[in-house]
Each structure stands twice: as structure tokens, then as C-alpha cells.
Design a binder for this molecule. Structure first.
Ligand code: SF4
Length: 401
């Protein structure tokens, strides 16, 4: 199977199992959890996947699909952690190598087609047809191999538009550009699949939680250096410079109509999960599952929330002093202003809202930057940047605003 999100794989899932959830129910009785790790384990010892993983055929293709979706099922229990980064990195490399070895992107999730409609004159220029000195290998690299609808292209492409030939609603792609685009599409679909499965993880068999434990061991080995530099990726001091734009906007204070959403809903959930429990082990996690006393909330989180509330116009807590109780309520302590650790669990500890909810409820907060591409939740944004840049101090000269 060239691509587990491609047309062939999706049709097979529909035909044989009905949907992905039914496939995930079937997997535990079909494969050994350790076997699924073969899709990932190779990254510990090699830059490129082994031949036997690239050249798979027949019954092995179905096993391959089982392995991949089993990994997604495991990640439903830790959608934002290093395990997800490891699996995404290993599988995108692996499937990319398969695509390269078959030299085609047909049947993959990228909706490309033959590059018709290019005027001959443009083609000659773009492919340097008249340049007789060009080695065949370079000529092949210049060949326009596919076209893709501009709408789909623009959703994925991060480079300059000058790099690509655009004509009549299509972007025309050379092989390397098409591969780059496939990788972006794969990673985006991967994040979306994990995020969707995370919403239904209570319905998944225990198999996947056990598999996650195995994945965690691999991720700890693979990211050993990073973890040693950073300390554990779990709870640690907040890096304001790596916060997503919507959270930075909320921190600046907002006008009256948006205050409760920005401060009580977004900021409270984001700061608390980012600081106390970036990878919640289950949906109904409580603060007391993550910390042993409330000082970290009282000394590091509440002051930031109150300061942001004071910056609102008019200041939130002067206007609505009872809103403090609501903050504790959203942290899961029930409606109180003098909680103890034992109170955690009296209400739900709200998880940060997804980006689409933020855009619907407080559109002015969402001012996406380049790291927001493909992000579904502000916490993912932060954890990704923390994983990539967390070892550097203010890597891009951004202020702690
Ligand atoms: S895309 Fe998401 S993370 Fe980025 S600013 Fe908008 S709401 Fe925040």
C-alpha cells in the first residue's frame, strides 16, 4: 500500500470493515502489538527504512495497514506528545520511500492528475527542452509531472508561489515539488486522524493504551538527547514566547464581549494544560492526577490569568469579581474561590478549545502565523514548538508578551 490515507487504502477499509473505528476494533485480534512497532522502530538505527518495509505486496499490504492504524489508535491516547511526532516522522519517511520506489503519486491522498493544458512554448521554457547540454537526470527533475487544483495546492504549499507554474486554476508540479506536497498532505491528515480518534478514545480497546506504552519507550529512546536537554516533556515552566497567536492575543486583554471566552475559557484551559498536563492520559483527567499541591496554579497560572483579565477593557475581575470562581470551575474544582487539591474533580477540567471553536466564538483572537498551518488546537501548536525549539532561549527573538 503506497499511502494509508490514499484511495486504495480508504476503499479497502470501507469495503472490508465499514469504517476506521470498526477496523480499530478488529486489529487487536489480528496482530501482535509489538509487530506494529516495526513501522517505527527502524528510525532508531537508520535514516532510511529497510527494504523489506518498502517492498511489500499482497497480504503484507493488509498487515501494513493494520500496523499503521494500530499506531494511530495508540496515539489517540496521547495526541500531542513525542510519540505522535515519532510515528509521524517514521511513517511519512517510510511511505515517501515507497512512493519514490514506485515513482508515482497516483492512488495517494494527493489529488494530482496528468499535467495537461500547458502551452508548448511554456513547457519548452520550464523544462529547458532546448538546452542540449542538460544531463538526462537534470532534465527529468525539470519535467512537469502533475497538476493539482489551486485550492488544494494553496491549502498545503508553504513556499513562495513564484516557485511554481500556475495556470487556469491549477498548480503544475515537478516530481520533487509533488513529493514535498504529498508529505505536507500526509502530515496534515495524520494530525487530523489522531485528533478525531482522540475524541472517541474511550471506545477503543485496551490494546491501544498498551501499545502507547511501547511507543513511549521508543520515543524516549529516539528523543533521548532532546529530553535530556529539555527535561521531561511533561509538566514544566511555561514558554510564553512559544505560545500561539490566539493565546498571546488573550494575554494582551480583550474588549468586553470577548472577555469571558478569552480569559476564562481559552487562557485558563490552555495555561493549565500546557503547564500541568500537556499530555493528558485520559479525557477525564483531574488536576490532582498531575500535581501534588496547588502552588503551581496559585503562583504561576492564576497570576497570569488575573493580569490578562486586568488588561481587558473594562478589567474583567473588577467588573465581575465572581469570575474567579468560574476560573476554578473551569480548572475542575467546582464553583469556589478557596479550593483544596481534593476538590479537583468537582467539575470538568476544560481542555483548550479547538481552533475552529475559537474562530467561531472569538474570531479576533485567531491571527494565524506560519506555525498554525495544519494545527487543530492551540495546545498542539505550543507543544510542537516546545518540542522543536524548547531548548533554545527565545529562538526567534520573540518577546514574552
Ligand atoms: S490557528 Fe489555532 S492556534 Fe493558530 S491562532 Fe488560530 S486558533 Fe490559535
Amino acid at each position: 500500500m503506497l499511502d494509508p490515507f490514499g484511495r486504495e487504502a480508504q476503499e479497502l477499509i470501507r469495503r472490508e470493515f465499514g469504517d476506521v473505528l470498526s477496523l480499530l476494533e478488529r486489529i487487536p485480534s489480528s496482530i501482535d502489538p509489538k509487530e506494529t512497532l516495526t513501522l517505527v522502530r527502524w528510525v532508531l538505527s537508520s535514516e532510511t527504512p529497510p527494504k523489506e518495509l518498502i517492498e511489500i505486496k499482497g497480504i503484507e499490504s493488509l498487515k501494513d495497514l493494520f500496523r499503521f492504524y494500530a499506531l494511530l489508535g495508540a496515539l489517540a491516547f496521547s495526541p500531542y506528545g513525542l510519540e505522535a511526532e515519532l510515528v509521524k516522522r517514521a511513517t511519512s519517511k517510510l511511505y515517501l520511500e515507497r512512493i519514490k520506489s514506485r515513482n508515482t503519486l497516483e492512488e495517494t491522498l494527493l489529488k494530482v492528475e496528468a499535467p495537461s493544458g500547458i502551452p508548448e512554448r511554456d513547457r519548452k521554457i520550464l523544462e529547458k527542452v532546448m538546452d542540449r547540454s542538460l544531463p538526462e537526470e537534470d532534465r527529468e527533475k525539470l519535467r512537469l509531472k502533475y497538476r493539482i487544483h489551486l485550492r488544494e495546492f494553496l491549502e498545503l504549499w508553504e513556499g513562495s508561489l513564484k516557485e511554481v507554474y500556475l495556470r487556469e486554476g491549477y498548480a503544475y508540479l515537478r516530481w520533487n515539488e509533488a513529493l514535498k506536497l504529498w508529505k505536507m498532505a500526509f502530515e496534515r491528515r495524520f494530525d487530523r486522524a489522531v485528533s478525531l480518534l482522540s475524541d472517541v478514545r474511550e471506545e477503543l480497546p485496551d490494546f491501544y493504551e498498551h501499545l502507547l506504552q511501547e511507543l513511549r519507550k521508543l520515543a524516549e529512546k529516539y528523543f533521548k538527547e532532546r529530553l535530556e536537554n529539555l527535561g521531561k516533556v511533561n509538566a514544566k515552566p511555561l514558554r510564553f514566547d512559544l505560545f500561539p497567536p490566539c493565546v498571546k492575543e488573550a494575554l494582551k486583554g480583550v474588549p468586553a464581549g470577548m472577555r469571558n471566552y478569552a480569559i476564562t475559557v481559552l487562557l485558563t484551559s490552555f495555561l493549565s494544560y500546557a503547564r500541568l498536563c500537556p499530555n493528558p492520559p485520559r479525557k477525564d483527567v483531574r488536576v490532582k492526577d498531575c500535581v501534588s499541591d496547588l502552588r503551581v496554579i496559585e503562583e504561576e497560572i492564576l497570576p497570569v490569568i488575573i493580569e490578562a483579565g486586568n488588561r481587558c477593557r473594562p478589567p474583567l475581575f473588577e467588573d465581575q469579581p465572581h469570575e474567579i470562581k468560574n476560573i476554578w470551575y473551569h480548572l475542575g474544582f467546582g464553583l469556589t474561590d478557596k479550593p483544596t487539591l481534593e476538590d479537583s474533580g468537582n467539575s470538568t477540567w476544560y481542555f483548550p478549545p479547538n481552533c475552529d471553536k475559537i474562530r467561531a466564538n472569538a474570531p479576533h483572537l485567531c491571527k494565524p502565523d506560519r506555525y498554525c498551518r495544519g494545527i487543530k488546537n492551540p495546545l498542539t501548536y505550543y507543544l510542537r514548538r516546545l518540542a522543536r525549539e524548547g531548548g533554545k532561549e527565545n529562538p526567534e527573538g520573540e518577546g514574552n508578551d
